[in-house]
Design a protein around this ligand. Sequence first.
Ligand code: ARG
Length: 268
Amino acid sequence: MTRSRRWRLRSTLLPLAVLMSLVLPALSPAGAHARADGRIIGGTPVDIADHPWVVALVDTTTKRAFCAGALVAPAKVVTAGHCLLNRDRRRLRVVAGRTDLFAKDTGTIARVAGAAVHPGLHTPMPYVNDVAVLTLDGALPYGTVPWVSPREDETYEPGTTGWVFGWGRTEESGTASPRQLRTVSVPLWDGDACEAAYPDRIDQSAMVCAGTGGSDSCQGDSGGPLVVDGRLVGLVSWGTGCGRPDLPGVYTRLDRYATWIDRAVRAA
Ligand code: ARG
């Protein structure tokens, strides 16, 4: 092929390809959603109005939601301690009342006035004592979620159905995160089985495993609420991969931290 013919071909195909890539996704939004829903995390999109206490932690520099949290009092958010590592609080925002993170005309954005990170937080992974309480610069007009009491073994009975919420990845190897809040039901694991899945990395009294192959939390969901019967019982903390059958998600077991949270929430 001569140089000029090759160029002519490219100059006609290139704009066409660009045009197609712009038009095709716009034509098939339903197809795109169906694919995401069927993937390994296995959740479904939900509306924030039904779960008004779920919040996103957004970095003003990257404009991305990097973690989630739970509104437990009008100006207090419980999240994972590791979410605050190397984060400048002045660049941190709590986005509440917003289902679609791109829908800028919905919900409320709060600044963070203070953060109490558990003094025993251990990093890097596997995180230990992975809990923090943020104090917002003002009260948010949304419903709050109650949290567990100290030492509630019955609540963590193996097989109990928990629900986890977040804007994190819908597949292990994907980079894109969904715009819309999602939830998935995850069965709680027996402590010994959890420890067998992650030898030497589990403290059964402070962590709980949950999920199945196909239903799990993932990157970006950290700090997100794990709820049983309408009460906050855990926080997304860590895991190997996402949605793998033998490797459940590991959650901060909040009955262990209930007293610490009580105190942090009462503090100004
Ligand atoms: N550490 C992750 C985060 O920062 C959460 C990973 C949870 N993984 C899992 N398989 N459940 O977002």
